[in-house]
Unconditional design. Sequence first.
Length: 555
Amino acid sequence: MKSNIFLALGIFFGSATVVSCSKVLDKAPLDSYTDESVWKDLKLAEAYGNNIYNVLPTMTWDWGNSINRSFMLSAACDESFNKFDYGECRSVFNAGLLSPDNAGDFDIWARCYHHIQNANVFLSRIDNVPGDDAFRKRIKGEVTFLRAYAYFMLVNDYGGVPLIKEPFKLSSDFKVARSSYEDCVKFITAELDAAASMLPPTNAPKGRITGALAMAIKSRMLLYAASDWWNDGKTPTERTPKWQAASDAAKAVIDLNAFSLFTGKFETIFTSFNNELIGVRLSSKQYLNAFDGVEEMCMPNGYRGWSAYAPTQDLVDAFGTADGKYITDATSGYNPQNPYVNRDPRFYASIIFDGRPTGNPAYYPDRTTNQAQFYEGGYDSDQGYDTWNNSLTRYTFRKYMDTTYNYRVDKQTNKFWILSRLGEIYLNYAEAQFHLGHEDVAREYLNKIRSRAGITNPITESGDALRDRIRNERQVELCFEGHRYYDVRRWKIANVTENRPCRQVIIQKNLTTGVRTFTYQTLEDRAFDASKHYLMPIPRTEINRTGLKQNDNYQ
């Protein structure tokens, strides 16, 4: 599809780290740097490039859209419920009211193109900056990756977008043709290859981009490009080269032999640096209060949290039993009136549920028990402590919760968002191998993931049942990590998963016997229009400036 787009100057020029300014009375300012000086000093050029890292998702809550492609995505799909409507998850996404005028904090169009312009400026100047060649190569590789990542986010949301490879100037006409999705994927993967060739494969300071991370994002991009949404009407034969490319990209990361599945406590993957992590985005803030930290944002109200992102009953039901069976299997032993026993070990590492011991009791001296009390009248219910912050689904996040420090008092630094980890790459490889007809290899890598989790029974499914098992493994292994939102769209099942009601559990406790009764019911109806909601709408401000053709069926 070819269309024109006008990109406003205002979203491009300027930087929070390096400020371009003019001299006053022929004297350089003391609190900023001139554009001329930046491109004569590699350290200043690196500072300019560092600001482009802000295109990456982050764990830091800053009341803007910095987390709109991290854990906030869980509430825009069937993983969680956001009672406070942060990012307009409920009023826009869950209600099916997404429009060119109404995308809330999920609209990343201007933000991404802002960073693309800065990256283009950097890449147009860096080769002429004097200094150490190895240093220049490394920072050039980082910015090449960051520009590719900005386009990666754009095409996943909007489809084909304008590919702008040179910086705009004041004399530019700002009209750029919209490229096809396929051409965007080719550009992104080529740029990721180029970045990988310039970057250290693995050994870099924490938070810095490596060649391995570029290879991992390439794996994800090619997996998405091979999936159903982008290949409607294509035959299996026509799709084989795409699945092969996705398989090869994932295997290339595996064959680095630089990463391994973490074998300690599963929840520790997300709170401490370990050898499963391929790339992370660090936070530059010190966590002290709820306006910064994910713990206070997501812990139960009785632990002084806000329960802001509460896992849905559908997600809880996706976790199988300890022997790897679905809870719908009649032989699993699952009992909906005793639902939290004998479950997949990842359930206990990912979800806080009624009765689960949580955190350090010394941090909550007013509690009579360290077990979560989501039952009616319990300390973590709407009749307990700080009632307006109770979880309406009766679950909260355990994943990401660092319970080793008192988030109400102590500072925490270097909280990170995982950009990629080896567990994802194994799942990418398994899915691609399945579609290439290598079901034995798919089962092998799924079993590696499940064995790490503590599930010893091997997978035996084949055909559509194996495909569904791959999807279920991604759902439970990668929950809250920003994958599910895109997975249900690329698989073309969002019209099912996002049209189901969001469900909760109501728990009644007999105060005499202690016996609990569980009632499962609808918390919120949700809507998804398959004719348009698989893609985000391009903002109307862009449409009005250019006459750009909108994504299908948005008015």
